[in-house]
Design a protein around this ligand. Sequence first.
Ligand SMILES: C[S@@+](CC[C@H](N)C(=O)[O-])C[C@H]1O[C@@H](n2cnc3c(N)ncnc32)[C@H](O)[C@@H]1O
Length: 383
Amino acid sequence: MELSIVREYFESENNKHLTKEEVIKSRNDFFLSIKDEFITTDDGSLSLKFQDTMHSYIGALKERLYAYTIPSKIEDKERLLDICSGFGYNALYALYHNPKLKIDMIEKHWEISAISLLIPLPENYYFLDTSFNKIKGAVEHRLSKMGYIKNLAYRNYPSIKLHIEEAEIVLSEMNDKFDVIFFDPYKSEVSPELFTIDFVKLMVDRLEEKGIFLTYLSNYAIRSALSCFLNIGKVELPLKKVEGTIASRALEEKSLDSYEERIISLTELGIPYRRADNPEEIILNRLKERLEMKNKYLLPSSKRNIVNFEDAFTGSDISLKNRLEEFGLTKELAEYIICPQNEKCSCGKCNKRYNSTSERILEMRKRIYEIKGFNHEACPYTH
Ligand SMILES: C[S@@+](CC[C@H](N)C(=O)[O-])C[C@H]1O[C@@H](n2cnc3c(N)ncnc32)[C@H](O)[C@@H]1O
C-alpha cells in the first residue's frame, strides 16, 4: 500500500472540526473504502503489505502471543521497548496481559502508526479492545503533537510513548533501560540497517541487567550478533516451523540445537552485518566478508551437513570427510572444535565447561580461528 493514501486521508480530516463520534465514523468509512488493501490473516486480524508483509499469515495477532507475550513473562515486567511497533499489535497484547506496563514504541513511519486509528479488531479479539484504545490514545496524542492529526477521538494514555523515527536514531539518543525488549523488524533483506551488530549493541545497551530480549527471528546473523553480548536461546513457535529467539544475561531455558550452534560458529553464515552508509552497502559488505572468510577461515555453509563432523570421522560419509580434510581438519581437530558441546571435556584442552549456547558459539569459533591461524577475537564485534 502507498502511505500517501493514509497521509491524504488525515490531511482532509484535519480540514474539518469533528466531534469524537464523527471522527470515529469518518475513519471507519475511510477504512471501509481501502479495506481491500489489507490482508486478513488466519486469525481474522489485519495485516498489510508495505515494503514487505508486516505480519505472519498464520495470524497477525496470534503470532504476537506466542513469539512475544508468553515468552516475555510480561505479567512481571515494568517497562517494554517495542522496536518496529507497526500497528501496535505487540504492545496491545502485552498491555492486555499487564495493564500497568509502561511502553515505548518505535516506528519509522507515522502513517503506519496512524493505521492503528483506522483498522478494527476482528470479533474474536474484542477482548483486546480496551488495550487497543489505550494504544490509539498514545498514537493520536503523539501524532497530534507532531502536527499530523488535529481531531482527537481517544484519551491520551501517558504510560505509552511513541517515537516516530529511525530506530537507530532513537536508540542512540535514549538513556532509559527496559526489562523487556521486543524486536519485530522485516527480514534482513528489507531492513539490513536493523540487523547490524552495531544496532544489536544499541538494543542490548537498553536492556536492564535482568531484562529479556525477544524477536520472532531465527536469522543466523542476528543470533550470532546477539551471542556476543547475551545468552541466546530458542523460542518454539507452535504455529510455525521456524523458531524465535530469546536473549538475556541469565542462562537460557532452551538452548539452540547443537547443529544450529555449529552453523553460527563454524560457517560464514554466522558473519554479522556491519554498519555502513546505506542498506545496499550493508548487504554487499556482508556478502564480501562471507566470501573472504568461506573455505579460508570458516566452513562453507553451502553444504549444510558440513558441520556433521561425527558422520565424517566416525560415520560413513567419506565425501564429507574428504571435504573437511581439504579444509584442514582431522578427526582430532574436529573433536577439539566441538568439545565445548560435550558435557565432559574429551579433548583434554578445556579449562571449564560451556553451559550456554553463546559461550559454546564463541568458544567453537575461537577454536576454528585458532586452527586456521586467523588472528581475531571470536566475537565478530571486534573483527
Ligand atoms: C514486521 S513490521 C512490525 C509489525 C508490528 N510489530 C505490529 O505489531 O504491527 C516492521 C515495522 O518496522 C518498521 N520499520 C522498518 N524500518 C524501520 C526502522 N529503521 N526504524 C523503525 N521502524 C522501522 C516498518 O515501518 C514496520 O512497521
